[in-house]
Design a protein around this ligand. Structure first.
Ligand code: TXA
Ligand code: MG
Length: 319
């Protein structure tokens, strides 16, 4: 059931149910982060392996010391700069955080989401919310309440409708090695924005993810339609049928074959706007039943990097 009733969402969560909630990034599948039965429900609804840890959502940075300890100075600076917002910090966990949340790891991922409804909800309950994206494991993240309902159907009692997600792509995840920031997952905050606040940050490559973040599997964020990521669609299309293929481009192109359909992510070639529309466009294209999505690689700057990361993972689906 899609609803805007925050009190009802709070009541269900207090009962140990899971509720889909809006955030500025994507919709989350939320449950009491301190309740093992609620956590088990999240994993079973999502069909997610238990080794893949969850993000804990808190109402404000004031709650951070209850969840994590030994917080590096640069983590405090980042939290000050970006919370509430799409930044997830990976920090040493306190014993109160169940192992089910962290996949047995000694660290916990935490963020303060920037959505008025979820902040109101978090302030009205006496526990933080563990919430992965509200999609089945391995499929596209939802950026609208209707995406959650289409993907999870009756598996969730309630989807709290906060409208379309403003950022449209997941939070940027940052951990720390000897106090220095390391980016585990690119997301709604760019490397440039992080660097402006804390100086140099290191981006882990996909292979380096394996030990610290086992959940960052390649096959992820995937539409049902086959997707190929390429540098030049006008070349790649020569290998495919242009009438069964749709192009996903940053800005409208005029070098595509006659009659080929295209979807532009931003008329102004604005990478922030493109990131915010990416999943929404992929959900739409999935509904339209194309044989193939040919996606154009974005410039490797700002949120272009985050978009490329998601498109690379989406393109892995058939490998
Ligand atoms: O924007 C977001 O981050 C959304 C909204 C709902 O907040 N959440 C989200 O959650 O994307 P999820 O579960 O789909 O992705 C969380 C990622 C996983 O890849 C997981 O491996 C990583 O966070 N993660 C969680 N705890 C971690 C930890 N202790 N160390 C390293 N990575 C961790
Ligand atoms: Mg996810």
């Amino acid at each position: 059931m899609i609803s805007t009733n925050i009190e009802e969402a709070a009541r269900l969560l207090m009962e140990g149910q899971v509720v889909a909630i809006p955030t500025e990034t994507v919709y989350g599948l939320a449950g009491n982060a301190f309740s093992e039965p609620a956590l088990r429900k999240i994993f079973s609804v999502k069909q997610r392996p238990h080794f893949n840890p969850l993000i804990v959502h808190i109402a404000s940075a004031d709650m951070l010391p209850a969840i994590a300890s030994d917080i590096p100075e640069k983590a405090k600076i980042l939290a000050d700069a970006f919370w509430p917002g799409p930044l997830t910090l990976v920090l040493p966990k306190n014993p109160i955080v169940p192992n089910l949340v962290t996949g047995g790891k000694p660290t916990v991922a935490v963020r303060v989401p920037n959505h008025p409804m979820s902040l109101a909800l978090l302030r009205s309950i006496p526990f933080p919310l563990a919430a992965p994206s509200a999609n089945l494991f391995g499929s596209l993240s939802p950026t609208r309440a209707t995406h959650v309902e289409a993907g999870l159907g009756n598996l969730v009692t309630m989807v709290l409708d906060g409208g379309p997600c403003e950022k449209g792509i997941e939070s940027t995840i940052v951990g720390f090695v000897y106090g220095e920031p390391v980016v585990y997952r690119l997301g709604s905050i760019s490397l440039e924005e992080l660097s402006m606040v804390v100086g140099e940050v290191t981006l882990l490559t996909r292979d380096q993810h394996a030990p610290p973040a086992p959940g960052m599997l390649d096959k992820h964020y995937a539409p049902k339609t086959k997707l190929i990521l390429c540098d030049l669609i006008s070349e790649e299309i020569k290998n495919h049928d242009p009438l069964k293929t749709v192009a996903l481009v940053l800005q409208k192109r005029d070098d595509l074959p006659e009659g080929m359909e295209q979807v532009a992510l931003s008329d102004k070639a604005d990478l922030d706007e493109a990131a915010s529309r990416l999943y929404d466009c992929l959900h739409e294209l999935d509904k339209q039943g194309w044989g193939l999505i040919l996606a154009e690689r974005m410039p490797d700057i700002g949120l272009g990097r985050s978009i490329n990361d998601r498109l690379e993972r989406a393109a892995k689906q058939d490998e």
